[in-house]
Design a protein around this ligand. Structure first.
Ligand code: NOJ
Length: 526
């Protein structure tokens, strides 16, 4: 039986990529008023919380992950009043709101960086960032490469260089400088005072760099964001100092009423490293990216589930599952694309939502959206500009809500979305799927509603049931989730005590008769 629970421990959180969700004013870019207008849809979907990607003042070089003012809204997305209205409307609907905080770097348009550029080397203004002299031969201070491709250093006119693990417009702060920590405590308080329920912490594992900024081995300088973010043996990832920051943040968050929380975006090498971010005096959640990185394979899924609980149980934390977000190919496409990829994506989601812990759903995955093919001339991701692959635009294409032609209700008719929407998306819109029991939208609604209904009877333990090697069958108290990752139909009646079918991700009639086809999941309940 479940122990007492805090809301976020089992929450289904819906990630909104703000530019791509709903455009209220027709400029082609999603905004806060657009989100407010679509909140009833999210309440109806049954999610507990929304996470909004950055909407703060920003030149948008990395679509808001380059913040110029942490305490204001960019005019592209509205005003602070629009934020307050959105927050109040969400709370009225029983939805919690998580906002992004970007502490590793600011925009080069931030007042602190502008002051640093105007100041001389060695001044307090420069000491908020990582300015260094170059090497004698005129090269940068070390050989680090940016996650977005190219050197991680840019030279300023007086000859010094500044570090940017991402784009040159995203200078890294120096977290050894106490002014930086104080500033971010104040930023957290600004949004907590406004009433947010939590934070998603960008690059949570990156704030501290190894003292002396040592070179990396030449072969560690990989290209491409996927590798750069997940190859973790680097002097700038997961340094011990980050945990002191999160202990401080824990106290700040805990000093506010209402079980507020924070979730770390920490790409770390092992489940144990991930678990260090969710020790009792640190953060509440850390995305389990090992789940998102798992291939379509029963062995892989079992391994990640086992390793996750082996790591989070000893620190008393709940797991945090995620399959898609705005930085990776959508899971329909990762699992093979087309009808097979969609079937697998639906099944993987069913497994994620059966597991104990919280789950993050990325806007559009409830429609079964695949990765879109964005033509080169329309691509906007800085990683594309810097030569680190085709970039992430394909998972950021604006949502199709209704109608038969772009903008599909994303914005007013006639508006041109900031990224082109594929013609084939008419069939994937909310309007097209609504009420169709076979649709992915109705499947998500059913899974989330059933999860909510069963949750009071479900504990935190999960055990694998022995079945075929290519089938994952996990039991969580009265709920069994079976996923067929193999090529042959699986006979559900072979399970001891299977219970009744409550949800199937494929043809329900077959499954009800005991046949679970390949690439399909079923939830059975006593
Ligand atoms: C991780 C964010 O999710 C990604 O979109 C961004 O580009 C980098 N951090 C840099 O802030």
């Amino acid at each position: 039986m479940p122990d007492s629970r805090l809301w976020w421990q089992d929450a289904v959180c819906y990630q909104i990529y703000v530019r791509s969700f709903a455009d209220s004013d027709g400029d082609g870019v999603g905004d806060l008023a657009g989100i407010t207008s679509r909140l009833p849809y999210l309440a109806d979907l049954g999610v507990d919380a929304v996470w909004l990607t950055p909407f703060y003042t920003s030149p948008q070089a990395d679509h808001g992950y380059d913040v110029a003012d942490y305490r204001d809204v960019d005019p592209l997305f509205g005003r602070l009043d629009d934020f307050d209205a959105m927050l109040a409307a969400a709370h009225d609907l029983g939805l919690r709101v998580i906002v992004d905080v970007v502490p590793n770097h600011s925009s080069s348009a931030h007042a602190w960086f502008e002051a640093a550029l105007a100041a001389r080397p060695g001044t307090p203004e420069r000491a908020r960032y990582l300015f260094r002299d170059g090497r004698d031969n005129g090269t940068p201070p070390n050989n680090w490469q940016s996650v977005f491709g190219g050197p991680a250093w840019t030279q300023v006119p007086d000859g010094q260089w500044y570090l940017h693990l991402f784009d040159a417009t995203q200078p890294d702060f120096d977290w050894d400088n106490p002014e930086v920590g104080d500033e971010f405590e104040s930023v957290l308080r600004f949004w907590l005072d406004r009433g947010v329920d939590g934070f998603r912490i960008d690059v949570a594992h990156g704030l501290f760099k190894e003292p002396g900024l040592p070179d990396v081995e030449a072969e560690q300088n990989v290209g491409g964001i996927d590798e750069a973010m997940s190859e973790l043996d680097r002097p700038y990832w997961d340094q011990p100092g980050v945990h002191d920051v999160y202990r401080r943040w824990h106290d700040v968050i805990a000093s506010y009423p209402g079980d507020r929380m924070a979730v770390a975006e920490a790409w770390v090498s092992s489940a144990e490293s991930m678990a260090r971010y969710v020790r009792p005096d640190e953060l509440q959640q850390a995305f389990n990216f090992h789940w998102l990185e798992a291939e379509w394979s029963a062995d892989e899924f079992r391994r990640v589930v086992d390793e996750t609980f082996a790591a989070v149980d000893p620190v008393g934390a709940a797991a945090t599952w995620v399959l898609s977000n705005h930085d990776v190919d959508r899971h329909v496409s990762r699992f093979g694309g087309g009808s097979v990829g969609l079937a697998r994506a639906r099944a993987a989601t069913a497994m994620m939502l059966a597991l104990p812990g919280s789950a993050y759903v990325y806007a559009g995955e409830e429609l079964g959206l695949p990765q879109a093919d964005v033509p080169a001339e329309a691509r906007q991701d800085p990683t594309w500009r810097r030569g680190a692959g085709i970039g992430r635009d394909g998972c950021r294409v604006p949502m199709p809500w209704s109608g038969t032609a772009s903008p599909y209700g994303f914005g007013p008719d006639g508006a041109t979305p900031w990224l082109p929407q594929p013609d084939s998306w008419a069939a994937l819109s909310v309007e097209a799927q609504q009420g169709d029991e076979a649709s992915t939208l109705e499947l998500y609604r059913r899974l989330i509603a059933t999860r909510r209904e069963l949750l009071p009877q479900l504990g935190r333990r999960v055990a694998f049931v022995d079945t075929r090697d290519d089938v994952v069958a996990l039991r969580r108290d009265g709920l069994i989730c079976v996923v067929n990752c193999g090529d042959e139909v699986f006979d559900l009646t072979a399970l001891a005590d299977p219970g009744k079918l409550v949800v199937a991700t494929g043809h329900t009639a077959d499954v009800r008769n005991g046949s679970l086809p390949p690439d399909t999941a079923a939830w059975l309940h006593a």
